[in-house]
Design a protein around this ligand. Structure first.
Ligand code: F0G
Length: 349
């Protein structure tokens, strides 16, 4: 039986027999071929569907590690800043561990589903009059001055948990892909994947290393422009970040792998979001669609060699943001309980 990623990769994670394993059986997510994207790009494209994790995003991989280690170290409370998913995950794993969870989110800038998750799992949630970067600075300060353990991706255990996605991909494909596309926000995940691919390669499990392609939203693209963005703005609230904590690590992943970090517009993100939902059958949140938007943009620019094997991580489930989903979809028609009317409305008669 699969028992979560700590048990699956115990020998490759910084845990010991004394580490209490706090798990919701995260990881082991589907790697789904995407023929529609392959046809569009001339590559062989797969999606790593991280919305299939217990709280609906890749954050659970990092959180099982961060919360297990925090509990091992005697923490009674954890804290995080979040654009939504980290808080949902932290709240769930804290509930599982029986510790308190504090959450700082930018007021009015997180998707409704994520807010609901944090609240339902019992987190103490504060909406801060500021952006994610302000929330992270505040959370860091609180963890320095008070007895509360920080579980943002500046916590190295988070990255170790998240690197296991690379292990799963190498196992599923029999080798590393040629190119790996990811959305980039605080830049922890691209750093974690790169760590995973490098470790797998050093262990002899893969014959090659992928080029890491990261994509930021154009209104929140500090790594692309080389400058902190004071007021980041994008419809993809998950990656609305102006000063990524793992900036240097992401540059290393880009440069050592021979990859790139580019920006995609909100329009490109939205178009990838719709394409994924309507033609691939995978419902992701807007931030997640940035990886696929980036793939399509890179293909158009000739940066995806024909026949190469590409994995795009889609980081979070579309249901996280029902308000956005509903607002962009056509409104449903209401009818009388009548077969002929129904048939007519459905275009069957
Ligand atoms: N995709 C989603 C759905 C996210 O929630 C995030 C980050 C990212 C991509 C970017 O990953 O930060 O490691 O580069 N969400 C964080 C949060 C910041 O608070 O939930 P990253």
């Amino acid at each position: 039986m699969y028992r979560g990623l700590i048990e699956a990769y115990r020998d490759r994670l910084p845990v010991t027999d004394k580490t209490p394993v706090i798990t919701l059986h995260e990881g082991n997510t589907p790697l789904v071929p995407a023929p529609v994207l392959s046809a569009r790009t001339g590559a062989d494209v797969y999606l790593k569907v991280e919305g299939a994790n217990p709280t609906g995003s890749f954050k659970d991989r990092g959180m099982t590690m961060a919360v297990s280690k925090a509990v091992e170290e005697g923490a009674k409370a954890i804290i995080c800043a979040s654009t939504g998913n980290t808080s949902a995950s932290a709240a769930a794993y804290a509930a599982r561990a029986g510790v308190t969870c504090a959450v700082l989110v930018p007021q009015g800038k997180i998707a409704l589903g994520k807010l609901a998750q944090a609240l339902v799992h019992g987190a103490k949630l504060l909406q801060v009059n500021g952006n994610f970067d302000d929330c992270l600075a505040l959370a860091s300060k609180l963890s320095q001055d008070f007895p509360v353990s920080l579980v943002n991706s500046v916590n190295i255990f988070r990255l170790h948990g998240q690197k296991t996605a690379s292990f799963e991909i190498v196992e599923a494909l029999g080798d590393a892909p040629d190119i790996h596309c990811l959305p980039v926000g605080n830049a922890g995940n691209i750093s974690a994947y790169w760590m995973g691919y490098q470790e797998d390669h050093a262990a002899g499990n893969s014959t090659r290393l992928p080029k890491m392609y990261g994509f930021q939203a154009s209104g929140a693209a500090p790594i692309v422009t080389g400058k902190v963005v004071e007021e980041p703005s994008t419809i993809a609230t998950a990656i609305r970040i102006g000063n990524p904590a793992s900036w240097t690590k992401a540059l290393d992943a880009r440069d050592t792998s021979g990859g790139l970090i580019a920006s995609v517009t909100d329009r490109e993100i939205l178009s990838a979001y719709r394409l994924l939902a309507r033609e691939v059958g995978v419902f992701v949140e807007l931030g997640s669609a940035a990886s696929v938007a980036g793939l399509l943009q890179s293909a158009a620019e000739g940066k995806i060699p024909a026949g190469s094997r590409v994995v795009c991580t889609v980081t979070g489930h579309g249901l996280k943001d029902p308000e956005w989903a509903i607002s962009t979809a056509p409104s449903p028609t209401t009818i009388q309980n009548d077969v002929l009317i129904a048939a007519r409305e459905l275009g069957l008669a």
